[in-house]
Ligand binder design. Structure first.
Ligand SMILES: [Zn+2]
Length: 184
């Protein structure tokens, strides 16, 4: 799944903050967007879907962070808690996409996401066939609705930017491996 889809999932996860502590909701939403994207930075450093993807370990810190935000409700604690929750959910949901290969629609990679607690890879489920698939873009669009309408102007701007990136990525996705081989 695209980073934007994970970020949009984060926006949905931040919705309860709107009810519980509306003044903290924008900070929580921005933290959730950042946490939704964060694990995929292991595309740049380390082993993708392993180095920064922790389907279990993120929860070990996310749950105390949620408790801390409940006891000390501040923008920073809310943002940190939602960052960690979104990163945890991202790591788990990559299981439902494709493997780590450059052309995931070929379905040759058995590596969806690494589970550090078990020391093994989960096999891809292909509910979303590959990152940048039309259904992936549809997920980003639908799950972005709270970002467009619920959290105020700054979050709306971030969400619009995300939607544009997701659209552009979807349009060029299948051409990227050839470009990469040519230029990198
Ligand atoms: Zn990921």
């Amino acid at each position: 799944m695209m980073g934007t889809t994970h970020a949009a999932v984060g926006l949905v996860l931040a919705l309860p903050v709107l009810v519980l502590a509306p003044e903290l909701a924008p900070a929580a939403a921005l933290g959730a967007v950042a946490g939704g994207i964060f694990p995929d930075f292991d595309l740049l450093v380390g082993y993708h879907r392993k180095t920064l993807h922790f389907p279990h370990y993120y929860w070990v810190v996310a749950v105390p962070a949620l408790l801390l935000a409940a006891v000390v409700p501040r923008p920073l604690t809310a943002a940190a808690a939602l960052f960690l929750v979104a990163a945890a959910v991202h790591s788990g949901t990559d299981w439902f996409g494709a493997g780590v290969e450059p052309r995931p629609w070929e379905r040759t990679s058995p590596e969806a996401v690494f589970v550090h607690t078990r020391g093994e890879w989960l096999r891809p489920r292909y509910w979303v066939r590959y990152d940048g698939a039309p259904e992936d873009l549809a997920l980003t669009a639908v799950l972005s609705a709270p970002g467009l309408f619920a959290f105020g102007r700054l979050v709306r701007r971030v969400t619009v930017a995300m939607l544009l990136v997701a659209l552009a990525y979807t349009l060029v996705r299948k051409r990227l491996p050839a470009l990469e081989e040519k230029f990198i």
